[in-house]
Design a protein around this ligand. Structure first.
Ligand code: ATP
Length: 382
């Protein structure tokens, strides 16, 4: 089927690790493969690349790369692979390294031009340098551009930032964000950084012990309370919003998303522009009444959808969805997929709130309960 990557693999190693996955992924945008060390992220990528000969099926946008009858070897799969460390030719300039990437592709098959790749990765001023005279982040940018110049139909990236220091990571992230939006090919991106997931991913796969724990849209998957991706200080959701209004006097802008909007610090984006935001669980408090006489600017109606304990008995995480149950409906009812009072909040944005177990009990926060989410802070990711 078109527009989809279907990847089904079963494989194992002598040490006892087995991989058994069945994934349907969008054949566009950036899909993050997230999981703890040893969960099978790299093995999955290697199976997709044809570097590991796993039993299974791989179809990319309607084209079969592997099934029971055929196995395209790695050099016949139109993909590019970016590793943790850039392996550039040390004796060649950046320009020559890039030209090497483009060399194998006949002109008529070239989908990404040299100038385009150099511009996307900000390499124009570096073309005459040798790799030894580049920072780690610059070397990785060259490696990504070189990969793109092979005109792949799929870009695989295996923890491309993990060997970089904090400053270099910050420098390279905007290039990757731009690339995600500009490229028409899908990117599969392995990481164990929740931060990179929030900033870069459109779609998220969570792996654990060689199995798929979750596979879904970024905001929805990050909002799940049953996954190992959260539960710490940085737990929260990430979402895409659109700038809809600004208040020049107070340097604020209003950003809208399914089910609501927030006033946040103005970062100068144009009206209509998309921004990616993060709302952390520790910045969301829940109340039964709307508390307007407070310093909090953003107060949104929401409905409780679930709650889980955390590592500390004093703290729980509660999931809500924006919107109140319909007027006149019986509210304190448990969540039920067929209940029309719950259904109307399907599709609105989920939030997670970190609160004490004592408050949760005092407010009787159970599924179906209407609340007001007071959002202390929300930020554009940049
Ligand atoms: N060639 C191999 N032979 C034996 N065991 C292997 C081989 N390759 C990987 N493994 C094992 O398979 C498991 C999954 O490895 P994999 O590299 O896919 O995990 P990962 O999620 O990418 O981990 P990390 O985040 O540490 O890179 C690990 O336990 C690893 O030791």
């Amino acid at each position: 089927m078109s527009g989809i990557i279907e990847a089904r693999f079963r494989t194992g190693f002598k040490g006892g690790f087995s991989l058994d996955i069945d994934l349907r992924l969008p054949a566009a945008g950036l899909t993050a493969l997230f999981g703890h060390s040893g969960s099978g992220k790299t093995t999955t990528l290697r199976c997709i690349a044809g570097l590991n000969r796993a039993e299974g099926t791989l179809r990319v946008d309607g084209e079969t790369w592997q099934d029971k009858k055929r196995f395209l070897p790695v050099h016949r799969r139109p993909l590019a692979y970016v590793f943790q460390e850039a392996s550039l030719f040390p004796h060649l300039s950046v320009r020559k390294n890039l030209e090497y990437g483009a060399r194998r592709i006949p002109d008529q098959d070239r989908r990404i031009q040299f100038g385009q790749a150099a511009e996307w990765l900000g390499l124009s001023a570096l073309l005459d340098r040798r790799p030894a005279n580049l920072s780690g982040g610059e070397r990785q940018r060259v490696a990504v551009a070189r990969a793109l110049l092979t005109s792949p139909r799929l870009l695989l990236m295996d923890e491309p930032l993990s060997a970089l220091d904090h400053k270099s990571k910050r420098e390279i992230l905007p290039y990757l964000e731009h690339l995600r939006d500009a490229l028409s090919i899908p990117i599969l991106y392995v990481t164990h950084s929740p931060d990179e997931v929030a900033r870069l991913a459109d779609h998220l796969v969570v792996l654990d012990k060689g199995r798929v724990l979750a596979n879904g849209h970024l905001t929805e998957t990050l909002a799940r309370l049953d996954l190992p991706i959260g539960q710490d200080e940085d737990t929260g959701i990430a979402l895409e919003a659109k700038v809809v209004e600004r208040d020049a006097r107070w340097h604020l802008m209003r950003v809208a998303f399914p089910g609501g909007s927030l006033w946040i610090r103005d970062h100068g984006q144009a009206i209509g522009q998309k921004v990616r935001m993060r709302v952390l669980a520790r910045d969301v408090s829940l109340a039964l009444e709307r508390q307007d006489a407070s310093s909090i600017l953003n107060i949104l109606p929401a409905t409780v959808t679930g709650s889980v304990p955390t590592d500390h008995p004093a703290v729980v995480l509660t999931q809500v969805r924006l919107g109140h149950p319909l007027p006149g409906s019986n509210t304190g009812i448990p969540a039920n997929q067929n209940d029309r009072t719950i259904k109307h909040i399907d599709g609105t944005t989920p939030l997670i709130s970190r609160l004490t177990a004592r408050s949760s009990e005092a407010l009787a926060l159970s599924p179906g309960k209407p609340v007001w989410a007071h959002i202390k802070s929300a930020a554009v990711l940049e």
